[in-house]
Design a protein around this ligand. Sequence first.
Ligand code: GLV
Length: 328
Amino acid sequence: MDGIRTNMKPRVYVTRHLPEAAWSELTEVCDVQIWNEEFPPPYDVIAQQIKDKEGLICLLTDQIDANLMDYAPNLKVISQVAVGYDNIDVAAATERGIAIGNTPGVLTDATADFAFALLMAAARRIGEAIDYVRAGKWQTWGLTLLLGQEIQGAILGIIGMGRIGQAVAKRARGFDMQILYHNASRRPDLEEALGVEYRKFDELLQEADFVSLHVNLTAETRGLIDAHALELMKPTAVLINTARGPVVDPDALYWALQNGQIAAAALDVTDPEPLPPDHKLLNLRNLIVVPHIASATTTSRTLMAQMAVRNCVAGVQGKPLPFPVNSV
Ligand code: GLV
């Protein structure tokens, strides 16, 4: 009887626990196997598990390359529970006729809020201030204690003016910041609608008090903020990265922060990710690092999982994905 299926629902492998609302939607339609651990499944486990699957729901921690896809001759859809999909070889999937889906939109506001929270935390040295109090150093009110930077009137440089970059610009307007942007293509519509000004990459780095990154990780953006870029920034400037870790060269950032080339940085994403506890960056007083949580609100993460399930269900049924990355 080996190999004969009595349950003819499409088979799906899920690489991590999903919120209940998404899970029940998926299991109604699909025959699902799941890796229910806190840590990602090893590459070989995914390879073995997808051999007989039509659908794969994965996270940004799973490396989905051409070799892995070759284990799964029946795979119709790879559904990523994230907006970024640099962990998936899109060209390889397209060549094999495998649809890819992602979850844009529902995390835009949560991520923009968080980028702004990091901007403010770095500007006002909130991490240092918490450590100061916890260490028992708070003995009196001090006129020059933990002085930070003014946000009102400061110049914000947004690199990458997609959905999240635009949402950050809206928040910055509320704080009366001057907003510059750099984007692969100039966006006169946004200049009008959001009151943002275009700058060339180098010009933006030279002028901005705060630089916030909102680009996808691609061959062009890997190492975009390197030693040269950091050298162009003001010594008072603050760098915020909620995009992808490898957009910033970690060694160049370490040098810039340690030598006062820039004033501070706040990273939601790192390279490597996670950052090992003994990584040199974690010794810096002027750096905030948090564990890739910009979209981590209950609402956003639930909606992301539901979108991923809808992409997966459509894909295994041979229908167009509601939120497609490629066309197959
Ligand atoms: C999170 O980083 C995402 O890409 O959704």
